[in-house]
Write a protein that binds this ligand. Structure first.
Ligand code: MG
Length: 389
């Protein structure tokens, strides 16, 4: 088999079902990872695959806030019908002679299904993964009366990826009438399509309940870690006050080599600790002039890139600010939203609370501020080495 001769088109163009969350279902998160990236990671694990094109909804602004395509993944806007979207994806492939076409809504596709389909294409030129129907199939009239029982011996349910020789599917789809899937277009054009083994776990995300089933199906391969961070900085008059990446009106700020944002420093150390990637002092040494007066939000963004680069996703950040000034509860949600923005996760995964030392020590005398953070991160163990850059 020619190395890297396979291309993948992942169809994520659908915009109909949103489960009331405002997010297209293909960009919802499963264990903290966007649905679409589960498929991308599955295909990236196959050596012969050289390029991946994701067909997105036409309105870029609609999806860009939910998903940032990893480097090396091409995106292209879809068309009105599924087949127009697929065609746009096929035409965006540069270097492939064979193609796998996959629904973004099937995030749990396994490498064995992908391999089955690839082998089917090599043997027969076109292949579709199928699974048997387990339940008895009934015909029902419009008034809900059972009118017959259908033999399921010759019936199968089809899945994706469907695999084809690129030039064949391109030619067929260009001329096709309205079809349900690419396989149907090939069938009606007279091509043989081989049915290969799919898997029940390669389910399609259709209803909100499916997401829960998928969580439990895929949960076994998740690795979760916890890290803590602790930081203190003294107050100094005449400098701006930054905590949690927010500028607070004040006559004094936190002194330090950077902007002194003890909250973001503690978040940074908690994440680095959980990911075993060092600590903020090692990554951004205080004696390095590059970080003098540095914006801690920018440092934390760099740290999150490193953490994500190892395949981790942020599941929870719990922040305790130890101070009498400023009072935390009135600015809690401002800080939560700002931190969520910096670390690129949902605000629902973050909590911020304040406490005091009850007059004990220098913090109790108003000389400074401390912060303690617990962070929890998770990644799929089977994609850990691939990462999501
Ligand atoms: Mg610090």
């Amino acid at each position: 088999m020619q190395k890297k001769s396979w291309g993948v088109v992942i169809v994520a163009a659908g915009s109909g079902t949103r489960f009331g969350s405002g997010v297209h279902k293909q960009f919802l998160r499963l264990h903290g990872i966007p649905i679409i990236e589960w498929s991308i990671n599955a295909f990236l694990a196959i050596d012969e695959i050289g390029e991946i094109v994701v067909v997105t909804p036409g309105d870029t602004a609609l999806w860009e806030s939910f998903w940032k395509p990893p480097a090396g993944i091409k995106t292209i806007s879809g068309g009105l019908r599924r087949q127009d979207s697929v065609l746009a994806g096929l035409e965006a492939l540069d270097s492939s002679s064979n193609v796998l076409i996959h629904d973004a809504a099937r995030p749990l596709v396994s490498s064995s299904i992908i391999r089955n389909v690839m082998k089917g294409v090599i043997d027969s030129g076109a292949a579709v993964p199928v699974i048997p129907i387990r339940d008895t199939v009934k015909k029902v009239t419009s008034s809900s009366l059972v009118s017959g029982t259908v033999s399921r011996n010759n019936l199968r349910m089809s899945q994706t990826p469907q695999g084809f020789i690129l030039e064949n599917i391109l030619r067929v789809l260009k001329d096709a009438d309205e079809v349900t899937d690419e396989c149907a277009a090939m069938e009606s054009a007279g091509f043989e399509v081989l049915a290969v083994a799919g898997e029940p776990g390669n389910m399609k995300l259709t209803d909100p309940e499916d997401l829960m089933i998928m969580e439990s199906l895929s949960g076994g391969s998740m690795e979760s870690r916890i890290g803590t961070g602790l930081d203190f900085h003294p107050f100094e008059s005449g400098i701006p006050l930054f905590i949690g990446g927010c500028h607070i009106e004040s006559e004094f700020g936190l002194s330090g080599h950077s902007d002194g944002d003890a909250v973001l420093h503690a978040v940074s150390d908690a994440l680095l600790s959980a990911a075993r990637l060092g600590d903020i002092g090692v990554l951004f040494p205080p004696d390095d002039d590059r970080w003098k007066g540095a914006d801690s939000a920018v440092l934390l963004e760099k740290i999150c890139d490193r953490v994500r680069g190892e395949g981790w996703r942020i599941r929870q950040i719990d922040v305790t600010v130890i101070t009498d000034f400023p009072k935390i509860s009135p600015i809690r949600y401002v800080m939560i939203n700002r931190i969520a923005d910096i670390v690129d996760t949902e605000p629902e995964r973050i909590w911020v609370k304040g406490t005091s030392t009850n007059t004990l020590g220098d913090i109790g005398k108003g000389k400074g501020l401390g912060c303690m953070v617990m962070a929890r991160i998770a990644r799929r163990t089977d994609t850990a080495a691939i990462g999501n850059h």
